[in-house]
Write a protein that binds this ligand. Structure first.
Ligand code: 5GP
Length: 129
């Protein structure tokens, strides 16, 4: 069965879409550490990031860079933090998190409560940046 992220990228499960192309998809994390916390995935379902081919890996990173530049325009921040964990969802993904301080990227901290309307607004702002 397809992973939850494959189903999101295919549009079978709704998401707050930020960007896409034929090989990649970016959408807001449903339990964000900070407003604008985005996940970037390859459409091809591979569990572990470093099991992507070299070409796929480089292409994913290039796509993530474009998303990060949009993210910084839409959500002014000191830096866009980048992380890879993959402890929960077995479909390679890169976390991009707008950081004001180091504490904004604490995976164990309580997550932000952001309304659906605000998530829509944030996703659109990043998409259109
Ligand atoms: P990780 O696999 O990197 O340890 O964590 C998975 C991340 O995906 C978590 O930050 C979690 O909030 C997010 N996530 C899990 N399921 C969904 C989902 O169905 N939709 C979205 N947008 N994010 C999800």
């Amino acid at each position: 069965m397809a992973s939850i992220f494959s189903r999101i990228a295919a549009g079978e499960i709704p998401s707050y879409k930020v960007a896409e192309d034929d090989k990649h998809f970016a959408f807001l994390d449903i339990n964000p550490m900070a407003a604008g916390h985005t996940l970037v995935i390859p459409r091809r379902e591979v569990d572990y990031l470093f099991d992507l081919t070299e070409e796929e890996y480089v292409s994913l990173m290039e796509f993530a860079r474009k998303v990060a530049l949009k993210l910084k325009k839409a959500i002014p921040c000191q830096r866009v933090g980048v992380a890879v964990l993959g402890m929960e969802v077995p479909h390679a993904h890169i976390h991009l998190v707008p950081l004001q301080t180091e504490a904004d990227m604490d995976f164990r901290a309580p997550k932000q409560q952001i309304s659906a309307e605000e998530m829509e607004r944030i996703a659109a702002a990043i998409a259109n940046a």
